[in-house]
Design a protein around this ligand. Sequence first.
Ligand code: ADP
Ligand code: ZN
Length: 292
Amino acid sequence: MRFGALEAGGTKMVCAIGNEEGKILDRVTILTETPETTMPKLLAYFQEKEVEALGIGCFGPIDLDPSSETYGYITTTPKLAWKNYDICGYFREGLGVPVGFDTDVNGSMLGESTWGCAKGLDTAIYITIGTGIGVGVLAGGKLLHGMQHPEGGHILLPRRADDTYEGKCPYHGTCMEGLASGPAIEARWGKKAAELSDCPEVWELEAHYLAYAITNYILILSPQKIILGGGVMHQEQLMPLVRGKVKEMLGGYIQTKELSDMDSYIVLPSLNDDQGILGALKLGIDAKMADI
Ligand code: ADP
Ligand code: ZN
């Protein structure tokens, strides 16, 4: 069977066709403009490929409550043209096939738990540290939704005493995203994050905030694996700093086999940057099975 997969992002839309084995057969990237210009292009692609179902991993916030009248909508996004937009309904009507829907980070989590380094695990988290920060959560072998979906990138963090930056988040100032996203690094230090490789103080502070948040996720969710993706993690010096600080912050309070091997506990994504699109593919496969 041929399934459609859409990784819907604020700057680009990645569309792909794949099969049940997680093999990507075709892929195109389309720029994210307004729904009026972008959506017909996406629909035409999936129509031509005659997909059996479509899975969408989407930027958010989105409505994932099946009992809600606005299920399948993008809701309060700062990307104004997409606010309160029925993205699922558009495809369900246009394609006449089941449509699976979740957040982009839950999608990446699902890709990793289906075909990657979190395969077979009960509980894990996927954190993307890029233009924004998002957290996808797998709990009890399933993606966690609750009343909407977790927004772990916006947890409130105390600003470190030596940091005077007021924070980038328009809602919370110094939440995790406000302190540690790519744009926050750029605003604090006055240079693009990728150009700050030679400044150890930048990555020491970044690792502090990431480790602070990760320590709290460990204490609350008890994940068996933590995957860190997104553009900021391309900074190779960051991962060992984060692992060291998490260990320090936990203070030896939790003793597990996972925590005794930090190198395989906190890891980079394992699917060659295809974790998002593969997760969307799995959302499509699951939608076909459930016929939703
Ligand atoms: P998005 O979050 O928009 O989907 P990315 O995950 O690629 O995209 O994240 C983009 C962010 O990552 C930008 O803020 C950029 O500054 C930052 N970034 C990209 N490459 C690097 C790098 N090598 N080192 C540090 N930061 C980087
Ligand atoms: Zn915030």
